[in-house]
Design a protein around this ligand. Structure first.
Ligand code: PEP
Ligand code: MG
Length: 589
């Protein structure tokens, strides 16, 4: 008899894609792959064992090719993830090392593969950068696919699910999620995964509710259990009572109504009730994401993170490769602006085949502009690509991690040299673009008046600014409770930067996560931001809020906020002053 679990249980995970859905659980079981046998292989059978591994890789490749061929239209943009997986199958770090391990340790292919992939996973998990850390999941998924072929485990074919269900899985690979049929799958939840995982990215692309990182979902939930997913709050309710069902059914209906309402007006410019326009831009990491910015009514791309073209490869991208990626985005977005941020990466992270553990404090190390100024050739290649793309549309350039005036001077000198070299070579480019910096290091806040003289705009990066100003590692769960955008120190720093920018006649934007949280919009309006840039999905709600607020009132409100001693006091003030507007606009209540 299967165990019964009938009491209502509430689980909390990471909200990966907003929205509410109610349905029956469908467990996608992948646990079989975790149990791997180890046995020795005799010297004269080693080549046979290697062949067995190579055959499994070949089958895995054929499977992936089949999936890529059949990928539905709405997920075409995501095919690159599967193509990356296809390349990873033969990646030196995975493929060659597994063969070496079979040979040197004389062990079976399953064990060698599991050993190599576990080591790679540990290496990736040590990386501070969240996006890179999530790439560990790619390696695990690729090696799982090979393992399944070696062991001969049957896999649930998501494309063949013929009921309207909610998927419950330990993890879902891009190959799984790319087969999701929107007519069938209402939403999904997983034990593993974070906001920046591909699973999360795909859920947002498909616009189905998803909660990730639930840890125990597959253990607690049984097939056919009734589930409610609230992707907005990261909540999952198992076996809801009648009363809970009615409550969430009502919330779901209101949420859908609200989404269609704000979606309809999102393409129009947003102006406050006292007539001040405020632009909402989108943050992107991959060129394809520009379409999400357009679909959600973004007024531009306020942060194009460019590091991802440098990852998962042993060499640096060429100028032409980069130019193509930048030009695609700039052209699609034109006449709206695209703010391209130069490489924000640590040298070791840029090269997939180098070790990453050399620096004791990578966040305080040779990162971003520091790295680029030490590698002028790498930097100039990127600067030339950006200047060339700028000939095709409205482009801005932005330098990350600026901590002193000299860094701006040095970066601009290299930008000018890049322009001169293009001129000499008779290659089309545009140097007449706005040049800005990210304000994300406390020294840049303090020196804002001096730095303002050298640039056209500031863009405040709260993700790092909070980390550096309050000495809280942004990726460390032990201190996550201290990391708060409404910390009075953070608000004061933003106020200072905005005031200086206004005084010096330059623009001030925000592109850190704080800009995309609707609850902070009244504060950001009051602080005087000229533009907010956020994850594309947040654009409609932020625009809708802008339309219901007045800058004059928000400015008065800020004078009160600045008197508050603690985060809790600021939160209380926000709730008391704007609680009603916020809950009406966000449908969280
Ligand atoms: C930031 O630090 O706020 C920011 C936008 O940059 P990233 O998250 O890429 O470091
Ligand atoms: Mg940053």
């Amino acid at each position: 008899m299967p165990e019964k679990n009938t009491a209502e249980i509430k689980l909390t995970g990471i909200s990966a894609s907003p929205g509410i859905c109610i349905g029956k659980a469908y467990i996608v079981d992948r646990e079989g792959v975790d149990v791997v046998e180890q046995y020795p292989v005799e010297e004269n059978n080693i080549n046979k064992e290697i062949k067995r591994f190579q055959t499994a890789v070949k089958h895995a490749k054929d499977e992936l090719n089949r999936i890529i061929k059949n990928i539905p239209e709405e997920l075409r943009q995501q095919a690159y993830i599967l193509e990356t997986h296809s390349l990873l199958l033969k990646d030196k770090m995975l493929y060659d090392r597994t063969i070496d391990t079979i040979r040197s340790e004389r062990i079976n292919a399953e064990w060698a593969l599991k050993k190599v992939s576990s080591n790679l996973k540990t290496m990736f998990l040590d990386i501070a950068d969240e996006y890179l850390r999530e790439r560990a999941a790619d390696i695990v998924q690729v090696s799982d696919r090979i393992l399944r072929n070696l062991v001969g485990v049957e896999t649930v074919n998501i494309a063949e699910i013929d009921k309207r269900v909610i998927l419950v899985a330990r993890d879902l690979s891009p190959a799984d999620t790319s087969q999701i049929n929107l007519g069938r799958i209402k939403g999904f939840i997983t034990n593993l995964g974070g906001k920046a995982s591909h699973t999360g990215i795909i859920a947002r692309t498909l616009e189905i509710p998803a909660v990730l990182g639930l840890e125990n979902a597959t253990r607690i939930i049984k097939n056919d259990n009734i589930l409610i997913i609230d992707g907005t709050t990261g909540t999952v309710i198992v076996n809801p009572t009648e009363a809970t069902l009615i409550e969430f059914e009502d919330r779901r209906a209101r949420y859908e109504e609200y989404k269609s309402l704000i979606g309809r007006s999102s393409h129009l410019p947003a102006e406050t009730t006292d007539g001040i326009p405020l632009q909402a831009h989108g943050n992107i990491e991959l060129p394809e994401e520009v379409f999400a910015v357009i679909n959600y009514g973004g007024d531009g791309v306020g942060l194009y993170r460019t590091e991802f073209q440098y990852m998962n490869r042993p060499d640096f991208p060429t100028e032409d490769e980069l130019f193509d990626k930048y030009k695609d985005v700039v052209e699609v977005m034109a006449p709206k602006s695209v703010t391209i941020r130069t490489l924000d990466i640590n040298g070791d992270k840029a090269l997939a085949n180098q070790s990453v553990a050399d620096e004791a404090n990578p966040a305080l190390g040779l990162r971003a502009i520091r790295y680029c100024l030490q590698k002028p050739d790498v930097f100039k290649t990127q600067l030339r690509a950006i200047l060339r793309a700028a000939a095709f549309g409205n482009t801005r350039i932005m330098f990350p991690m600026i901590s002193s005036y000299e860094e701006i001077v040095a970066a601009i000198r290299l930008l000018d040299e890049a322009a001169e070299s293009l001129y000499r070579e008779n290659i089309a480019f545009n140097r007449d673009i706005d040049v800005g910096i990210m304000v994300e290091v406390p020294s840049a806040v303090i020196m804002a008046d001096v730095l303002a003289g050298a640039v056209d705009f500031f863009s405040i990066g709260t993700n790092d600014l909070i980390q550096y100003a309050m000495a809280i590692d942004r990726g460390n769960p032990l201190v996550a409770h201290l990391y708060h955008a409404l910390h009075p120190a953070n608000i004061r720093m933003i106020k200072h930067v905005a005031d200086v920018a206004r005084e010096k006649g330059i623009k001030v934007f925000m592109c850190g996560e704080m800009a995309g949280d609707p609850a902070y919009v009244p504060i950001l309006l009051g602080l005087g931001m000229d533009e907010l840039s956020m994850n594309p999905q947040s654009i409609p709600v932020v625009k809708s809020l802008i339309r219901s607020l007045s800058v004059a009132e928000a400015k008065t409100f800020i004078t009160e906020v600045l008197k508050q001693p603690t985060v809790a006091d600021v939160e209380r003030l926000v709730r008391n002053t704007y609680g009603q507007i916020l809950s009406a606009q966000m449908y969280t209540g």
